[in-house]
Write a protein that binds this ligand. Structure first.
Ligand code: ZN
Length: 318
């Protein structure tokens, strides 16, 4: 195995932008609805083709995302662009279907304690909600994605039971979700943990299409991506500028950064369909809108072969 593409047909990687959901969800100040849609529209302009655009959770639970339907309505829909809405239950699924999402993502924590903290219910109760919402997705003919939160560790329980992960994945597949996203909600993934989790899922459920969702909490988000590439995973979730966090997980910081991820993928010979310069422009605009420096690094340094003037190099020595 290698982190490099095995052949020409193996070069395509799907980058799913989650900044307007995972990133914005933890922002305390309400971000105007128009701004949320503008970020997505700008990213579509840069070639991003897949989004977890918003969440149809209870507006009382997450006021920041109470405008999910309005955001969806302001996005310039284009063929080939997939807008996913996160849905916690049947009510959310009805709202997501009315807002014409292209895909619904259900999420359940593999950790019982995190599940109760995040969804205020047991894992079994969350799975019962999933079967209800899956029935709604099927009724509307909307593809379904199953997200496993805290797939690689839980801040309250430590190691997460692989049996719980397999139970969730099995329920998702049975409910009609072919796409499974493994969420490193609190940044506890390491390459060995990811390898054993992905391999356990593949040996039991070879039909699952796995995406990886990393946070850069401990600085090894892109190392985990390299390992994911080595495992043959070809979809990753990230947020523009490295926005993000999880309001229900202590110390959780941002997602891996979309433009840093795309830079890495392109340097390794993968194709994402994304214009990296345009993407970095959007990241800088988002930084301006947020009014603070975001963790993304490519938007500051530029590509490796961007030449500097001799003057600036002299000043930089030492
Ligand atoms: Zn996340």
């Amino acid at each position: 195995m290698s982190y490099l593409p095995a052949s020409d047909s193996d070069r395509l990687v799907l980058v799913t932008e989650v900044g307007t959901r995972d990133g914005f969800q933890s922002e305390p100040e309400f971000i105007p609805t128009e701004t949320k849609a503008q970020v997505i529209n700008a990213l579509i302009g840069a070639g991003v083709r897949s989004f977890e655009a918003t969440s149809f959770v209870s507006p009382r639970a997450v006021p920041q995302l109470a405008d999910a339907a309005q955001v969806m309505a302001l996005i310039e829909r284009r063929p080939g662009v997939r807008l996913t809405g996160l849905v916690p239950n049947a009510r959310g699924a009805e709202r997501a279907a009315a807002a014409k999402v292209d895909m619904m993502a259900s999420f359940v924590s593999a950790s019982e304690t995190h599940c109760r903290a995040n969804l205020n219910k047991s894992l079994d109760a969350a799975l019962a909600d999933f079967s209800e919402l899956a029935a709604i997705a099927r009724r509307f003919g909307i593809p379904l994605r199953g997200a496993v939160a805290t797939a690689f560790g839980c801040p309250f329980e430590g190691e997460v039971s692989i049996d719980n992960v397999l139970k969730l994945v099995g329920a998702y597949l049975e409910g009609g979700a072919r796409h499974i996203s493994l969420g490193d909600t609190t940044g506890m993934a390491t390459p060995p943990v990811v390898t054993r989790t992905v391999e356990a899922i593949r040996s039991r459920f070879p039909e699952a299409i796995i995406a990886l969702h990393f946070h850069n909490t401990r600085g090894i988000g892109l190392a985990n991506v390299m390992n994911g590439l080595d495992l043959g995973v070809r979809e990753f979730e990230s947020s523009i500028g490295g926005l993000g966090g999880c309001p229900f997980a202590p110390g959780a910081t941002g997602n891996i950064c979309t433009e840093d991820l795309v830079y890495l993928l392109h340097e390794c010979g993968y194709q994402t369909g994304i214009d990296l310069d345009a993407l970095a422009d959007v990241a800088r605009q988002v930084q301006t809108v947020m009014g603070r420096a975001l963790p993304g690094q490519f938007m500051r340094a530029g590509p490796r072969l961007k030449l500097s003037s001799l003057e600036s190099v002299r000043r930089a020595v030492g």
